[in-house]
Design a protein around this ligand. Structure first.
Ligand code: IDP
Ligand code: MG
Length: 152
């Protein structure tokens, strides 16, 4: 765990269509995480099959990839202390019924197949996902002036 831990957060096509891109970015900004990379794009089926390769055998996989490829996404890298685990807490649970109000999923969705936002589930998968979605030179190396007020 370090201040430079990174997580991959992606606003899914439903999050873009429903106009909550700014809201999701705001939550990570106000928490104190640092934006390291961001890309607005429409991902290909092939790319999404790689991203969700671990789920390839699930019955919902074809529908998941179709939904994810159906419109634009906002792919982002956020950095900071415990970014992966805390990012997941901010996101909420996979099961909508378990997602508490105050979390992104708890506040904005009701059905698992339209759940607005992705977040890496472990440091290792975060690193893999960041490498899949971004070239090394797309990760911006900068220091926020807020750093001494976020970290002791
Ligand atoms: P996560 O996004 O909370 O990490 P995963 O189990 O990794 O959840 O599943 C990836 C994505 O697959 C979910 O975010 C959701 O969009 C979709 N998904 C998961 N379970 C189901 C399901 O039972 N039906 C339809 N889609 C699902
Ligand atoms: Mg997952």
């Amino acid at each position: 765990m370090s201040n430079t831990e990174r997580t991959f957060i992606m606003i899914k096509p439903d999050g873009v269509h429903r106009g909550i891109v700014g809201e999701i970015i705001k939550r990570f900004e106000q928490k104190g995480y640092k934006l390291v990379a961001m890309k607005f794009m429409q991902a290909s089926v092939e790319h999404l099959e790689k991203h969700y390769a671990d789920l390839a055998k699930k019955p919902f996989f074809p529908g998941l990839v179709k939904y994810m490829a159906s419109g634009p996404v906002v792919a982002m890298v956020w950095e900071g202390l415990n970014a992966v685990k805390t990012g997941r807490v901010m996101l909420g649970e996979t099961n909508p019924a378990d997602s508490k109000p105050g979390t992104i999923r708890g506040d904005f969705y009701v059905q698992v197949g339209r759940n607005i936002c992705h977040g890496s589930d472990a440091v290792e998968s975060a690193e893999k996902e960041i490498a899949l979605w971004f070239k090394p030179e797309e990760l911006v190396n900068w220091t926020t002036v807020q750093a001494p007020w976020i970290y002791e």
